[in-house]
Design a protein around this ligand. Structure first.
Ligand code: S3P
Length: 169
């Protein structure tokens, strides 16, 4: 079973992936980390040196490769996606081909609180919160196209992980 996790920057996707790997023995792949390994440079460097469009091409290529290999994964696999990955329609189709998709729904105020000190994210600018919220609001209906939405407010990481685990049963 492959589950992909969708959500805005700072919604806790990668943290959840690490938790599923540690506590449930799931395989965890993070698209940003995999792309960084392939390119041997950070996401920020890719944005600066090659531009966002190139990064988006890498995301789609990565997904296509994963879909091609999907039957070789025997263990449960959690794919945590970069926040912009599902925005592209082709990527959404590929993500749905992979398996179940889950949107981690976190209110914008919480996102902004978590990312206050974020430096490594090229698309996050804490001095332009209104523009950040605008992007968040535009993406919400797209994320909501995932098969499931988990409302994270008031839930612990363990509870969220349990919900994910149940989906695989
Ligand atoms: C992006 C989110 C980032 C990363 C890139 C673009 C986005 O991933 O893929 O900086 O467009 O929202 P996280 O969601 O893990 O921060």
């Amino acid at each position: 079973m492959i589950i992909s996790i969708w959500g805005f920057m700072g919604s806790g996707k990668s943290t959840l992936g690490q938790y599923m790997a540690t506590h449930y023995n799931w395989l965890h792949l993070d698209s940003d980390q995999e792309i960084e390994k392939q390119e041997n440079r950070t996401i920020a460097e890719i944005f600066i040196q090659s531009g966002e469009r190139y990064f988006r091409e890498l995301e789609t290529a990565y997904l296509k490769e994963l879909v091609r290999k999907k039957d070789t994964y025997e263990a449960n696999l959690l794919l945590t996606t970069g926040g912009g990955m599902p925005v592209n329609e082709e990527n959404r189709t590929l993500l749905k081909d992979l398996g179940i998709s889950v949107f981690l729904d976190v209110p914008f105020s919480e996102i902004a609180r978590r990312l206050e000190r974020a430096k490594e994210r090229p698309l996050w600018d804490h001095t332009r919160l209104a523009a950040m919220e605008d992007r968040y609001k535009k993406r919400l209906p797209i994320y909501a196209e995932a098969d499931y939405t988990i409302h994270t407010q008031g839930k612990s990481l363990a509870e969220i992980a349990q919900e994910i685990h149940k989906l695989s049963a």
